[in-house]
Design a protein around this ligand. Structure first.
Ligand code: SF4
Length: 350
């Protein structure tokens, strides 16, 4: 298969303008590439860089990640969001050690069988680490190809996605697959962005959306659905030493496995709830301003209520999933971003 004109132009552009300075570009180590690819899902490059560097310093190889406690992994992820990614990385590292002797698999099906790795990510890891000809189709590539070929319809539908996979396959060259894979990702991230800079684009000649003067029509956006708003109360329960009660959240679901504040229903009687659920006597102090946190499918309105412990600390024990936490001396514990924010506010106010 000859390298087509699209790929040739892209490769020539990449040789001049490609982003080769990123920390994960200096390696062929599949482990490092895997970590970077997972972090880059849903997250901007500039945000990822310091997280990636801290993560690699603490977990420099797959065995270090497999040996680590989930709590510490989540702590290194804290602030990046989409915590299922961190839980899956940890679980996948353990599987790589148990099933592949600690060596990252080289077979596409074996990579895809690991938790949290989809078809495009598996292909990208194999292309970057082992220069295998693999076809990728992440969000950036979808946008480029939908515009270049003026593909109508939302890429979330099966029919449109299959068309895009076929086009991605057609353009992927047999040689220089590493450079090509990075080039098309970079084009989507830096030139063919949501608002594209077509004047700088190496494949402008040949782009159908550009020829139609209609680049913003592609790809068609997802049908709009209003994000519902959910509400919850988070209790900031403090003991006499100023420590705050944290609870470990269930392993799956919202902020799964992270530590958070006890949550109760908005209409609950807080004194009764704390006695029944936590075995603690408390006195209500103040209601803080509502904190709104956005998720992809809904928004969460958090009403923080501070309460003071009266009597003894009761049955609070780490192995039961509750702990007294000192906000002034934070430890290696994974906290969700809004919890961190609330604890910082608390620390400032004391
Ligand atoms: Fe995207 Fe514009 Fe290039 Fe077409 S010409 S691929 S719309 S940047």
């Amino acid at each position: 298969m000859n390298t087509d004109i699209f790929a040739r132009r892209l490769l020539a552009w990449y040789r001049r303008y490609g982003r080769t300075d990123l920390p994960w570009k200096r390696t062929r180590d599949p482990y490092s590439i895997w970590i970077s690819e997972i972090m880059l899902q849903q997250t901007q490059v500039n945000t990822v860089i310091p997280y990636f560097e801290r993560f690699m310093t603490r977990f420099p190889h797959v065995r270090a990640l497999a040996r680590a406690k989930l709590d510490e992994v989540l702590q290194h992820w804290s602030g990046l969001g989409y915590y299922a990614r961190a839980r899956n990385l940890h679980q996948a590292a353990r599987l790589i050690v148990a099933q592949h002797g600690g060596r990252f698999p080289r077979d596409l099906d074996a990579v895809r069988a690991l938790p949290g790795i989809g078809a495009s990510t598996a292909a990208a890891i194999l292309a970057f680490a082992f220069a295998r000809r693999q076809v990728i189709l992440d969000g950036n590539v979808k946008r480029v190809l939908a515009r270049y070929h003026a593909i109508a319809g939302w890429p979330g539908t099966r029919a449109v996605e299959q068309r895009l996979w076929a086009l991605a396959d057609r353009h992927t060259p047999r040689r220089q697959v590493r450079a090509y894979t990075q080039a098309i990702m970079d084009l989507g991230a830096t030139v063919c962005r949501r608002r594209p800079d077509c004047e700088r684009c190496p494949v402008r000649v040949g782009c159908r959306a550009f020829a139609e003067r209609n680049v913003l029509a592609y790809p068609q956006p997802a049908p709009r659905r209003a994000r519902p708003v959910r509400s919850t109360v988070m209790l900031i329960i403090r003991d006499r030493r100023g420590r705050v009660l944290l609870q470990r959240r269930p392993p799956t679901g919202l902020w799964g496995g992270l530590w958070g504040l006890p949550e109760c229903r908005i209409d609950a009687d807080i004194g009764d709830w704390c006695r029944q659920e936590l075995g603690l006597g408390v006195v209500r102090e103040a209601t803080w301003p509502v904190l709104r946190h956005g998720f992809s499918h809904f928004r969460l309105d958090i009403t923080p209520i501070s309460v003071r412990l009266v009597g003894t600390a009761g049955r609070v024990m780490e192995d039961r999933g509750t702990v007294w936490y000192n906000p002034q001396t934070p430890d290696a514990r994974g906290l969700a971003a809004p919890i961190k924010h609330l604890l910082q506010e608390l620390w400032k106010s004391t």
